[in-house]
Design a protein around this ligand. Structure first.
Ligand code: SF4
Ligand code: SF4
Length: 275
């Protein structure tokens, strides 16, 4: 399979996989249909990229982060997808910092379900074509840690996971980190990532950046937008952000979300430009 065929497959699945359109039901009894995500950007990385070893260092993700070959012995390529959140959800979430919009909450919870369906179909389609493929986030070995202690190499509770979608996206050339720890892509930061590793051999995309934070202009708007001061000029603290999401869930269960640091900021739609 060539790269162009892989891109065509992703486009076809974007049209076919169900769950992207949801019925958003407000408390006032009104309901409307919303398509949560626009067509994804595609980034390609090499399973042999030395950055995967860097990610195992405590200053990056941590020793619990698995390399592509630890997910799939025959891994040759990593494919990372960025799904921009739709205009409707972005606009609705630009208001008051301490109230997430209903549309945004749907993109977080129903959005997760859709992304899991999408990446499962993508994985299965590659397997049907004769390649091996593994979507780490769907793998039974996958663990995420929310102020929890990983089973190995650490005594300290951490926020992280055994496969970081954002770090995969950085490696695959999709964008760099921002101060708020989201990834700034050429379609902005407001969106979600999904990825898989596969035995399909493709040429990796060149990363059009050198540093982890190259696209962030340090404007500080995400600091102002955060309702719980989780972001500072030094970066983001996971604990207050996580606690805020739990607080939101108390009000909106089963949904939760915030995303104020991704909306009404200069990196919402694209790579920001210094004024
Ligand atoms: S809002 Fe400004 S400081 Fe925050 S991540 Fe975006 S560009 Fe960087
Ligand atoms: S850092 Fe967390 S709490 Fe703060 S704006 Fe972003 S998502 Fe919301």
């Amino acid at each position: 399979m060539e790269r162009t065929q892989l891109e065509a497959l992703v486009r076809r699945l974007y049209g076919e996989v169900e769950g992207n359109e949801v019925l958003v039901e407000g408390g006032n009894g009104e309901a409307k249909t919303m398509r949560m995500f626009d067509e994804p950007l595609i980034g390609i990385g090499s399973a042999d990229d030395p950055l995967f070893e860097e990610y195992k260092k405590p200053a990056a993700v941590g020793p619990w982060h698995r390399s592509p070959r630890e997910w799939l012995n025959e891994a040759a390529t990593v494919v990372s997808l960025f799904f921009p959140i739709c205009e409707e959800a972005r606009v609705s979430n630009r208001g008051t910092p301490d109230v997430p919009s209903l549309e945004w909450l749907y993109c977080r919870i129903e959005g997760n379900e859709y992304l899991r369906s999408f990446i499962a179909r993508f994985r299965d389609s590659l397997i049907e074509e004769g390649y091996q493929a593994c979507a780490p986030a769907l793998d039974e070995r996958f663990r995420a840690f929310m102020n929890q202690t990983p089973e190995s190499d650490s005594e300290t509770p951490v926020y992280g996971s055994m496969w970081s979608e954002r770090h995969a996206a950085y490696l695959c050339g999709l964008g760099t980190f921002g101060l708020s720890k989201g990834i700034i892509t050429r379609k902005g930061m407001a969106g979600r990532f999904a990825s898989l590793v596969t035995s399909l051999e493709l040429e990796a995309d060149a990363r059009p950046y050198q540093g982890l934070y190259d696209y962030c202009i340090r404007c500080g708007k995400c600091i102002e937008r955060c309702p719980v001061n989780a972001i500072s000029p030094n970066g983001k603290e996971h604990r207050p952000c996580h606690n805020w999401l739990l607080h939101v869930k108390e009000q909106y269960a089963p949904r939760l979300g915030c995303g104020k640091c991704q909306t009404a900021v200069p990196c919402e739609y694209g790579i920001p430009v210094r004024q």
